[in-house]
Design a protein around this ligand. Structure first.
Ligand code: ZN
Ligand code: ZN
Ligand code: ZN
Length: 324
């Protein structure tokens, strides 16, 4: 199913190329353009985008990963080495010189104005006689070591943490797929046909509107009023209506709105329990036909989600056949 806000989000991608990620102040990945399309009753943008990507309506393109301080959520940790003994980052790489007499010292101890001299045996040395080694010296605890620890440093809270303890955020760019475009067209056409059908019956309609009753505010795909008869219809459009969504919708229509609920299936099928509900209550179920009409006949399936993804795979497969 797609809520009015979700439909708006998908539609935005027909005029915007893609939703680009940003890192919010709290360190979370945010998609502000997508967020603006959604209603308070919708899930978080990331959740919605992932769900439509899993269905194939959207495609996600990996951009990069960023690492965030787990303590203060600052983005952009900097690499530093650290002393393995005391963890202090003030560990610096030094060059040691080793003479064949056995003496080892800092390179600076060997340096004279005209070359190298061993401070121990006072022999003048050619560079071939000495061996250089690199090693780290910790200025905090004077530990010497070959391999420093890897650490990430937070610019804000001076936290030094092992790289694997940083919070990893994966950034994706989301765009509309060809089959997603087809899917969107179908949902919008179903809404439009429902609107025209109701208007022919003297209803005044509002598309993608929010209905507020008492404290409850609910976005709806289509609201229709017959001022003369004092009647209202509220229309919800789903690819394959599932019983949970339909029950919630009917409760809202009846209790908060005193409107008759209409559910339109754009796949031509509903969950079996939805069909039962339509027989027993005032719920109307209509099927949107590819040729642009609404019909009272529809099929039933056990599981709406499975049915939707099966349909979508077939749609994608058709679209992938190259046209001549
Ligand atoms: Zn020497
Ligand atoms: Zn140290
Ligand atoms: Zn921090």
């Amino acid at each position: 199913m797609a809520s009015p806000g979700e439909l708006r989000l998908i539609e935005r991608l027909t005029s915007t190329e893609a939703f680009e990620p940003e890192i919010a102040d709290d360190g979370a990945v945010s998609y502000n353009d997508a967020d603006q399309c959604l209603d308070a009753t919708d899930s978080e943008p990331v959740t919605v985008l992932e769900r439509f990507t899993a269905r194939g309506v959207l495609a996600d393109e990996f951009i990069t990963k960023v690492y965030v301080c787990p303590d203060c959520t600052t983005e952009g940790l900097q690499y530093t080495t650290a002393c393995p003994a005391c963890k202090d980052p003030h560990a610096v790489q030094t060059t040691l010189v080793e003479h064949s007499c056995g003496h080892t010292g800092q390179e600076s101890e060997f340096e004279t104005d005209d070359g190298y001299r061993c401070p121990e045996c006072e022999q003048d040395l050619k560079s071939v006689d000495i061996e250089k080694r690199h090693q780290y010296v910790c200025k905090a605890c004077s530990e010497r070591f070959q391999t420093p620890d890897d650490r990430l440093r937070c610019r804000e809270c001076t936290n030094h943490l092992p790289p694997l303890e940083a919070t990893e955020r994966v950034l994706y760019r989301y765009s509309l797929t060809d089959s997603g475009r087809e899917w969107l067209d179908r949902q919008k056409r179903a809404r439009q046909i429902a609107r025209e059908t109701l208007e022919e019956r003297r209803f005044t309609t509002e598309v993608d509107t929010t209905v507020t009753d008492g404290g409850t505010s609910q976005p709806v795909h289509l609201l229709a009023r017959d001022e003369l008869m004092g009647e209202q219809r509220v229309v919800s459009i789903h690819e394959t209506p599932a019983i949970d969504d339909v029950d919630r919708f009917c409760a809202f229509a009846n209790e908060s709105l005193d409107a008759l609920p209409v559910v339109i299936t754009t796949s031509g099928a509903v969950e079996t329990d939805v069909a039962t509900r339509a027989e027993e209550t005032e719920l109307t179920v209509l099927a949107f036909n590819g040729d642009g009409t609404l019909e009272a006949e529809y099929e039933t399936v056990e599981n709406a989600r499975a049915h939707e993804s099966g349909l979508f795979q077939r749609l994608s497969a058709v679209l992938e056949i190259p046209s001549r």
